[in-house]
Design a protein around this ligand. Structure first.
Ligand code: COA
Length: 372
């Protein structure tokens, strides 16, 4: 089997053809655009391929970003355009490229991997369903008339500046340097997003990003919430105007599970929420490192004595969580739902069962604009 490696500059065209053919990107991204990105050394550094018969046949690109959870900042990785040429599938190439990509993520000190897909390839690498999204269908008749001081308008993410201060108020979010959009491997304008900037008394107060549900007919007039920020009260006030201006029949609200500020007022209006995991799958890359970054968060929730006794270990894909003498071993596939919430979290006993519910699950953002 060939060894995964970074692509060479002169392989950009062949790689663009491979990705263009597999993902049918041509309608949204020209091959020229893909080639231009791949000519950048920085892009190639975060890309791994497998080449055979003189051309790239398998590919994974990794994107890095920082996530902030209540002020604790840590690096996350996402993978995109995971692909193997049809003639070379089933030989373990994607698995090997993924394994090599994971080693690189570890070296780059990423703590969590976010994967937009869910399939055996990822599950075998300990990427599992985690997190909590509260989802409910909202129809215009469930809302009153919009107040006059709230206005809405369609907005382009190319102009991030007015959205940045709103996004910065979020306590669970991605850290987004100005210009982050142009550094994403590709962005999901793929999925026809609608961004609504909401102003109250003439000032930006909130935004919401909506998109048609994956694979749906855009004429269906159903939209899903993929990201929101700013005042929940203003966002709720603006919804009737968004329904009307966007000619929308139904909005599938997807609130972060810990966001009572959005969930409770909608519940009062009669919405029934169903809990779902975050989209795609997630993998813990470095459990002790992640918990180290989260120490300020733990310190606000645990007694000093409990902080001292609690520890996290990892050797390859085996992990352990310990409290004093008590030690619970777990696989990486169990560690992710334990830490981030979700099905498959292990049953704990003793002191661990007393202490861990105070800190887990840790809230985690939806990728929103960081979706790759
Ligand atoms: C998905 C894709 C990248 C896989 O490429 P590949 O080189 O054939 O992958 P591998 O040979 O490493 O693995 C193939 C399958 O065998 C499985 N497999 C590999 N070794 C295995 C083993 N020892 N035991 C059991 N299953 C095994 C993998 O989990 C994978 O399952 P999946 O395709 O259901 O996810 C390729 O099919 C592709 O390009 N598809 C189109 C693009 C796409 O859908 N990308 C993913 C977006 S989420």
């Amino acid at each position: 089997m060939p060894t995964p490696r970074q692509p060479r500059r002169e392989e950009a065209e062949d790689l663009a053809t491979l990705l263009g053919d597999i993902f049918r990107l041509s309608k949204l991204y020209s091959e020229e655009q893909i080639v231009t990105t791949l000519r950048r050394a920085a892009t190639r550094r975060d890309t791994l391929i497998m080449a055979e018969d003189g051309r790239p046949v398998s590919h994974i690109r990794t994107a890095y970003a920082d996530v902030l959870v209540y002020g604790c900042r840590f690096r996350v990785a996402s993978i995109g355009s995971v692909s193997t040429h049809p003639d070379y599938r089933g030989r373990g190439y994607a698995g090997a490229v993924l394994e090599a990509s994971l080693q690189r993520m570890e070296a780059k000190r990423a703590k969590v991997l976010i994967v937009s897909g869910d399939r055996s390839l990822y599950r075998r690498a300990h990427c599992v369903s985690v997190g909590r999204i509260a989802q409910a269908a909202l129809r215009p008749e469930q809302l009153g008339a919009p107040p006059a001081h709230v206005t809405v308008r369609r907005f382009s993410a190319d102009d991030w500046a007015p959205l940045a201060p709103l996004h910065q108020t979020e306590s669970v979010r991605f850290a987004r340097p100005m210009g982050f959009m142009s550094n994403l491997p590709f962005w999901w304008n793929y999925d026809r997003p609608e961004i609504w900037l909401i102003e109250a008394y003439g000032r930006p107060a909130a935004y919401v990003m909506l998109a048609p549900p994956w694979g749906s007919d855009p004429k269906e007039a159903t939209r899903e919430v993929h990201e929101y920020a700013g005042s929940r009260a203003v966002l709720l006030d603006a919804l009737p105007a968004i329904f009307e201006a966007g000619k929308i029949n139904e909005i599938r609200v997807r609130a972060l599970g810990h966001d009572g500020g959005l969930i409770h007022p909608l519940r009062q209006r009669g919405l029934e929420f169903v809990d779902e995991p975050l989209a795609g799958t997630h993998r813990i890359i470095d459990l002790p490192g992640l918990m180290g970054k989260l120490r300020p968060y733990l310190r606000e929730r645990l007694e000093v004595r409990d902080m001292r006794r609690l520890s996290f270990e990892q050797q390859g894909d085996r992990c352990a969580v310990a409290y004093g003498e008590q030690r619970h071993e777990l696989t990486l596939s169990e560690a992710a739902p334990l830490v981030l919430g979700g099905p498959g979290a292990p049953q704990l006993s003793g002191e661990l069962a007393r202490v861990l519910p105070a800190i887990f699950p840790i809230p985690f953002p939806q990728p929103g604009f960081n979706y790759v």
